[in-house]
Design a protein around this ligand. Structure first.
Ligand code: COA
Length: 438
């Protein structure tokens, strides 16, 4: 339909439907993509699930899952086949039991998949109220959602006053939407994490690898927030990150994050999705300091490499003594996905003075070492030993890039939990015919 940015209200009203009318457009055998993470359109998804009796074999594709994910409940597999790019506590059981699937993909390549190998029938999105020109914002989840809107045969949008109007490439015009459902409900939030002693120690070590003027990428959780809590005395940090949460806003308010030294979007923070509290969502609403961009821009290693001094900080499940990093599966069991980890590790590696950090507690609740002689059988290697750079635990920093297998093994044993060092030393000495003592 022709886009009329001045007289769009009539078109908007003509597309307004109740949720049942909108959801009836989803047919058996369709591939349906959801806006993901805290941007998930709850009302639309709940209604799709309620309509399960009329549907068979609907493929549901998305990344970070929120809510109860009832489409993954036992007995639903005839109606809905979930296909995740990233799993969560609510979807991994269905994958482990063979009732759902997982598709490996770098986050930055998902938009390309939607243009090529994974055509979409319907996309369900959640957007802000329209502005004076008929544009709505995809708000806190622009990532693959924008591409899904551009490539789906049918776009169904929940217009929700709680979705912030973020700036950047987050806008779509109502002429690009097929069905509009108005429904206001608070969007998903992520509480600030509890930061324990171990995370604080890790955060302190990571902060020693961060210099004035660096641009940061941070993952989700307690470790990124712990790192941020040690950066008060840094100057002119920047953000170019797949996502960020409330901890970043604290440093903006303190004048530590100014984005002054960035090469791209100087003075602005760049992200592709956001997860945090309502305070974060209010901060980004109508705020030109925050540019929300599609993931094939933000996470593209060829873009990331243009930011000098890019430091990426992510986490993992296991690291072996060669520096192979497993971040998305525990043995054979997929628990999450690669997300943007490798996008940023590769981008940082190619950036001038770029550094990448994998930061993790040395053990799982004190019982199992995360540093292991060999990864668990069946584990997927997320970050290869060729890509890995720094590994940080509460016992210190292991710098692996440019180091031999023997040196890596020694450096990693030095930052392993003391309770597990003896068995790691034994494995090291056998492999390298060495007499390492720590
Ligand atoms: N052996 C057995 N279980 C392990 C384990 C190990 N080595 N390491 C972690 N686990 C278990 C934990 O006990 C926990 O189990 P629970 O859910 O039953 O409590 C679960 O795995 C998740 O571990 P946790 O340490 O709580 O995870 P996290 O929330 O800090 O996330 C990753 C860590 C690695 C899963 C997560 O960072 C990830 O998916 N990374 C890849 C994607 C990425 O880096 N994206 C870029 C940034 S957004």
């Amino acid at each position: 339909m022709r886009r009329d940015i001045l007289n769009w209200l009539e078109e908007y009203n003509s597309k307004l439907v109740d949720v049942h009318t909108a959801i009836e457009n989803i047919k058996s055998g369709n591939r349906v993509v959801f806006e993901h993470a805290c941007g998930e359109p709850k009302y639309l998804i709940d209604n799709l699930v309620e309509n399960y009796k009329n549907l068979e074999n609907v493929e549901i594709v998305h990344m970070v899952p929120m809510g109860s994910a009832k489409y993954c409940d036992e007995g639903m597999e005839k109606h809905f086949k979930h296909n995740g790019f990233f799993l969560g506590s609510n979807t991994k059981k269905a994958v482990h039991e063979g009732r759902a699937d997982f598709t490996p993909s770098f986050f930055f390549e998902i938009p390309k998949l939607f243009r090529t190998k994974m055509p979409i029938d319907v996309v369900l999105v959640q957007v802000s109220k329209p502005d004076d020109f008929g544009y709505v914002s995809l708000g806190i989840s622009v990532d693959y959602t924008k591409s899904a809107c551009e490539n789906a045969k049918i776009v169904i949008a929940q217009v929700n006053k709680y979705m912030p109007r973020t700036m950047g490439e987050s806008f779509i015009h109502i002429s690009d939407i097929d069905y509009i459902v108005e429904y206001d409900e608070p969007i998903y939030t992520l509480p600030r994490p509890n930061i324990g002693d171990v995370e604080m120690k890790i955060g302190k070590y990571c902060s020693t690898l961060i210099e004035d003027g660096d641009t940061l990428q941070l993952g989700i959780g307690a470790i990124p927030d712990a790192v941020l809590s040690f950066l008060d005395d840094k100057k002119d940090l920047g953000i170019h990150s797949e996502m960020f949460a409330d901890g970043v806003i604290d440093l903006v308010k303190k004048g530590v994050i100014t984005n002054k030294c960035k090469n791209l979007y100087k003075g602005k923070m760049v992200a592709t999705f956001l997860m945090g509290t309502r305070e974060l969502y209010d901060f980004v609403n109508d705020n030109p300091m925050v540019q929300m961009m599609p993931v094939d821009y933000v996470n593209n290693p060829c873009i990331i490499m243009q930011e000098d001094n890019l430091v990426s900080i992510n986490s993992c499940v296991q690291v072996d003594l060669m520096g192979q990093v497993a971040s998305e599966s525990i043995g054979k069991n997929q628990i999450s996905g690669v997300g943007g980890q490798v996008d940023f590790i590769r981008g940082a590696s190619m950036a001038k003075n770029g550094r990448s950090i994998i930061a993790m507690p040395s053990t799982v609740k004190g019982k199992t070492s995360k540093i292991v002689a060999c990864l668990d059988e069946g584990a997927a290697v997320t970050t290869s030993r060729n890509d890995v750079d720094y590994i940080v635990t509460e016992y210190g920093i292991a710098e692996l890039k440019g180091k031999t297998l023997r040196q890596r093994s020694e450096a990693l044993i030095r930052i392993a939990h003391p309770d597990f060092r003896d068995e790691l030393i034994k494995a090291h000495n056998m492999k390298f015919n060495d007499e390492l003592k720590i």
